[in-house]
Design a protein around this ligand. Structure first.
Ligand code: SDX
Length: 429
């Protein structure tokens, strides 16, 4: 909604730009007409750039607010469940009981993967990182569903969404089973989403594991906390891939690849490795000093955020869940949790972190919690991808179901001006 105008005076020209107002958050200046005046905007890392309009998730980084379709993340984590949050993110409203039951049934129809997908795993080394396997296997899903790849068809988009929500836990658990050399466990549709995933991860044909309900609830909360986060790097990757008309499975595979980086979804694995490396509270000052040293590439993993300049609201819930899980598994004196709490206390009092508004983010406590649930460290980012799949799909669907254009950023070119080719025998030594 045009709310006002901005005037840009440059090189003797006056360029009027519309200011658009959303329901929450900063107004935006529509610069799309600048190219007609032979100007581009320049914003590496997109710190000041709103790449799209969206109704799905709102973040206020200064106040530490995160809303999924208007509902605060702490209320959803405490009172809802991940499947209901999937419905909310996809459809915009909380379901009534009939809608919820139908949604669960629709997901359960798609929890298995085609038997031939097993063959993909055999091509990987057993010690392949599960994220490498996920990228490959999820991308390959498009080879099995030629019946629903017309992205302009809303029904095809709905079925693709159900397939991805339903199959991600199955594929994720298969990645783990393959890496430990155990047989794949088929999904059990009478179980809840999180319980089914833990079953596929830890049961074997010889022994059914009955996951502790507290751990099941904790995992469900972790999935909710990671479900969406506005235009983060991996979601922007999915949107950009989707703008080319690529099928949803290929777009989600691109999102998984982008999430893998330690600056993004790979931070939970990196944060736990960091706590292991610190090893003892007495070594915290050394690592704080390294994090502050401009010449040392080391950063406190799980700390800082591009948007949050306050405590990540997800980290608050994560810390509480972490403590409950440690209590439940009798590891309340877990040394890593103690180091994490001490590290957080010291960093939050240190002027370097205070001045830069660096706070713990969702990844700081999630690693300890996942580890206490029994999840291997190389599966942490896989679980982040499992959870974020609904966010990626919701944004992909929001983009495709309204008018959109191919995303194609421009650049500030600082390379050579035009010059003629010189044959090799004419070139100087
Ligand atoms: C996720 O975008 C999302 O929404 C992501 C996510 C989601 O749900 O999708 O929330 C998930 O990715 C959370 C973030 C996980 N990453 C980490 O925990 C990795 C450690 N954090 C840093 O790498 C960093 O904080 C980033 C990448 C997260 C944010 O970096 P920015 O916004 O580009 O900020 P910056 O690198 O410009 O840092 C600003 C200053 C710099 O110091 P100066 O040059 O000003 O002196 O803060 C410093 C940085 O050196 N800094 C840190 C630090 N993070 C930033 N110093 C030490 N330790 C850190 N963790």
């Amino acid at each position: 909604m045009v709310n006002n105008k901005a005037t840009l005076k440059v090189a003797g020209k006056q360029i009027d730009l519309n200011i658009l107002k959303g329901t929450l958050g900063p107004d935006v200046i529509d610069v799309s007409s600048l190219v007609k005046n032979d100007y581009f905007t320049y914003d590496p890392g997109f710190l000041s750039t709103a790449a799209c309009e969206s109704k799905i998730t709102f973040i206020d980084g200064d106040k530490g607010i995160l809303l999924y379709r208007g509902y605060p993340i702490d209320q959803l984590a405490m009172k809802s469940n991940f499947v209901e949050v999937c419905y909310l993110l996809l459809n915009g409203e909380l379901p009534n009981q009939i809608q919820y039951d139908e949604f669960c049934k629709a997901i359960n129809r798609h929890t298995m993967v085609h038997e031939q997908m097993r063959n993909f795993f055999n091509g990987f080394r057993r010690d392949a990182h599960p994220m490498a396997v996920m990228v490959g296997v999820v991308g390959a899903l498009s080879a099995f569903y030629h019946d629903t790849l017309d992205i302009k068809n809303p029904e095809h988009r709905v079925v693709s969404a159900f397939r991805l929500i339903a199959k991600m836990p199955t594929i994720a658990a298969m990645c783990h089973k393959y890496s430990v050399g155990q047989p794949f466990m088929p999904p059990q549709n009478h179980m809840s989403y999180a319980e089914n995933f833990l079953h596929m991860m830890f049961s074997t044909p010889c022994e059914e594991t009955k996951p502790n309900p507290i751990l099941v609830r904790a995992l469900d909360q972790i999935l909710t906390l990671h479900a969406d986060h506005e235009q983060n790097a991996s979601t922007s990757t999915v949107r950009l891939a989707g703008s080319t008309g690529a099928n949803p499975f290929a777009c989600i595979s691109a999102g998984i690849a982008a999430l893998w980086g330690p600056a993004h979804g790979g931070a939970n694995e990196a944060a736990l490795n960091m706590l292991h490396e610190i090893g003892d509270s007495s070594r915290i000052p050394k690592y704080i000093a390294r994090a502050k040293d401009p010449n040392d590439p080391f950063r406190l993993m799980g700390f800082g955020h591009r948007v949050y300049k306050n405590y990540d609201p997800r980290a608050k819930v994560m810390r509480k869940t972490c403590y409950e899980v440690l209590e439940a598994v009798g590891a309340h004196d877990n040394p890593l949790f103690k180091i994490a709490m001490e590290l957080e206390k010291i960093a939050l009092e240190d002027s370097y972190f205070v001045e830069r508004k660096l706070y713990p983010n969702v990844d700081f406590y999630s690693g300890i919690t996942l580890s206490a649930i029994g999840i291997p460290i190389n599966m942490f980012t896989v679980i982040f991808a499992l959870a974020r799949t609904i966010g990626w799909i919701a944004h992909w669907n929001e983009m495709i179901s309204s008018p959109y254009r191919l995303s194609r950023p421009r650049q500030l070119y600082t390379g050579s001006v035009e010059r003629d080719y010189v044959s090799i025998n004419q070139r100087s030594e």
